[in-house]
Design a protein around this ligand. Structure first.
Ligand code: GH3
Ligand code: MG
Ligand code: MG
Ligand code: MG
Length: 305
């Protein structure tokens, strides 16, 4: 059984694109057990389906009325959201130029028509396995192993990108630094293992409080988290910070060594700015960090902005 078959809920998503029904049906028959199948009968439909379902693999016919497979491939490779989806071209036998162009455009493989079921199955399995492995590697590289939220590496990449976006669009960008109160005492009192469990719970609560897809929560280090909210003014950001505190409070995690109601609490520093060409994104974080310090000074379990 291939690596990517992890049970009925996690079937890989396969997009079949061909302007001839019979070809789609043949492929559908081959993969309907192992994959969740999506179908498109034109280039335009294929692009739309990619945006909607983000398939794990595409079998893409080259010759179609209107937008052909090569053009579909070019467009998918241009869009950061879809450029990593592997594409296998399905070409007419002997059309060597089609194969060459397809590979140059970034396809991972090609299959000749008429389709040989054994070959198609083997190639699709190979590429689904590779896709599964590269997704795994990516998530290991970009997620924090303890809490499952974004890690520092991912955060630094996104910060640079979001800063440039704010510079370009002159939009307000907000950031929080979030720090658990008296966490050293928590470890001292309950032990490191429970400290880790507490960190996971707090991360989950913080994540539950951010609900826009572009907002990013990351573990910044130790028991500190950072959150980036593109396109968000200060008032909006403070509302999210308040929601974070409410979510952490709702956990009702006991912390008998804390001076604040014997519960686990967080302090949050908020900063907002429009990116400029002189400062770097670090300035935004430094401002949030200063506010966090103020929140700690003010007695903890509060927000400063
Ligand atoms: P304050 O209210 O001023 O933030 O006090 P604090 O004790 O939380 O602050 P400090 O930064 O001094 O301590 C942070 C502690 O967090 C130190 C360390 O024991 C703990 N910590 C950092 N990373 C981890 C981790 O991955 N797991 C566990 N269990 N504890 C961690
Ligand atoms: Mg065709
Ligand atoms: Mg700290
Ligand atoms: Mg702390």
């Amino acid at each position: 059984m291939p690596h990517w078959m992890k049970g009925p809920q996690e079937k890989p998503k396969l997009l079949l694109v061909d302007d001839q029904r019979i070809n789609i049906l043949t492929l559908h028959e081959l993969f309907r057990e192992e994959c969740d199948i999506f179908m498109a009968m034109s280039g335009e439909q294929a692009l739309e389906a990619c945006q909607k379902v983000l398939p794990d693999l595409i079998l893409l016919d080259v010759h179609m009325e209107g937008m052909d497979g090569h053009e579909v491939c070019r467009r998918l490779k241009k869009d950061p959201k879809t450029r990593d989806i592997p594409i296998i071209f399905v070409t007419a036998q002997g059309a060597e130029e089609d194969e060459v162009l397809g590979l140059e455009l970034g396809a991972v493989d090609f299959i000749a028509k008429p389709i040989n079921p054994v070959i198609v199955k083997a190639r699709v399995n190979t590429h689904l396995t590779l896709k599964y492995q590269s997704d795994m590697l990516r998530s290991i590289a970009l997620l924090d192993g303890l809490t499952g939220v974004a890690n520092r590496r991912r955060f630094d990449e996104e910060l640079a990108r979001i800063w440039r976006q704010s510079l370009r669009e002159k939009t307000e960008l907000s950031a929080f630094m979030i720090d658990i109160d008296y966490f050293k005492r928590y470890n001292d009192h309950y032990g490191h293992m429970r400290g880790d469990t507490c960190l996971r719970s707090v991360a989950g609560a913080l994540e539950a409080a951010v609900n826009r897809p572009y907002d990013l929560l990351a573990r910044y280090g130790g028991e500190e988290f950072v959150c980036l909210l593109p396109n968000t003014h200060l008032r909006g950001a403070v509302v999210v910070a308040e929601r974070m505190q409410a979510c952490v409070q709702a956990l009702q995690l006991e912390h008998s060594a804390s001076e604040i109601g014997q519960r686990v609490t967080v302090s949050i520093g908020v900063s907002t700015m429009i990116a400029n060409a002189i400062d770097g994104p670090q300035v935004l974080l430094e401002a949030a960090d200063r506010q966090l310090y103020q929140a700690k000074q003010a007695g903890r379990a509060c927000i400063r902005s």
